[in-house]
Design a protein around this ligand. Structure first.
Ligand SMILES: [Fe+2]
Length: 301
């Protein structure tokens, strides 16, 4: 039995007994409403989600969790335990998943003061999507059941990738390109034909990206100068480009990033394009598509 000294004034269920989600919700609600007991224990660390087990008896385990903005858990269950969490400060968003295929069954916003019961089969993902720190109190019974992680969702991958990037608005990207950054267009040919092209961009489709940009790769393009080079990835709407830029950072290209809103935002901002969204008819085709445009193109201001 372990009870943090700060919480020894509370009488904890000590003997082996299964508490249900209702009992646990009662308990987390009470604890969340008495922050004077535990406030001094809580940390909020922007580098990693902070958590500490403050109570462990034969009946129950209790955790405090500190969430800075943007922190989240991957989808997980609680190893068959019943549980509850209560939000003591800030706000948490919970995605709940059902069935073997983990279909998203709903999204719930839990404000400070609310508490949720978690049945034994509850699978969820919890995130602080607010702008301020959040703090929550969690209880599980029986204790010691290992939480099982489920596959990350594409939303998780995207959030994880973007936390590593200093993403650029189109106009910022254009300025960086003028100062020597490499703009890499990863859209597939069909999309470039339909949407148009960016004259400054080097076209490298997603399936060859790492081989062409890794400075140590024998298949790298001659424009690659080294790991400290700034590389800006652009796709159609700025989603895949975030994942691609994170993959480049994994290769040591620490200044890899992407364009917020992708090509579509670039074109809407009136930055130079050929064909597609800002198509100006001219005499010669350069994109290999049915559209045509002059090369080198006049800047579309
Ligand atoms: Fe959980």
């Amino acid at each position: 039995m372990h009870v943090h000294p700060a919480l020894r004034g509370v009488s904890w269920p000590a003997h082996a007994q299964a508490l249900d989600a209702g009992d646990l919700t009662h308990l987390t609600s009470l604890l969340a409403a008495t922050p004077d007991l535990w406030r001094g224990l809580v940390h909020h660390d922007p580098e990693r989600r902070w958590y500490e087990q403050v109570v462990l008896t034969e009946a129950i385990e209790v955790w405090l969790i500190g969430w800075t903005p943007g922190q989240f858990t991957p989808p997980h269950d609680h190893g068959g335990a019943q549980g509850s969490f209560a939000v003591a400060a800030g706000e948490l968003v919970e995605d709940v998943y059902h069935g073997p295929d983990l279909v998203n069954a709903g999204r719930f916003v839990h404000a400070a003061g609310s508490a949720v019961g978690l049945g034994a089969g509850h699978v969820h993902r919890v995130a602080n999507e607010g702008r301020v720190n959040a703090t929550s109190v969690h209880a599980y019974s029986p204790p010691g059941m290992r939480m099982r992680h489920h596959a990350a969702t594409v939303t998780d991958l995207l959030e994880r990738a973007r936390r590593r990037l200093r993403r650029l608005r189109p106009a910022e990207a254009a300025r960086q390109i003028e100062e020597g950054a490499l703009l890499v267009d990863i859209r597939p040919a069909a999309q470039r034909e339909r949407e148009g092209a960016i004259p400054e961009a080097i076209v490298l489709e997603r399936n060859v990206l790492e081989w062409r940009l890794d400075p140590s790769s024998p298949w790298r393009i001659p424009e690659v100068l080294g790991h400290s080079q700034e590389m800006i990835v652009i796709c159609s709407e700025g989603y895949t480009s975030s994942l691609a830029a994170a993959a480049l950072q994994d290769l040591g290209l620490r200044r890899a990033t992407d364009v917020i809103g992708g090509y579509q935002a670039w074109a809407r901002a009136g930055l130079p394009v050929i064909g597609g969204l800002a198509y100006v008819p001219a005499s010669r085709s350069t994109t290999g598509a049915s559209s045509s445009g002059s090369w080198p193109p006049a800047r579309v201001q």
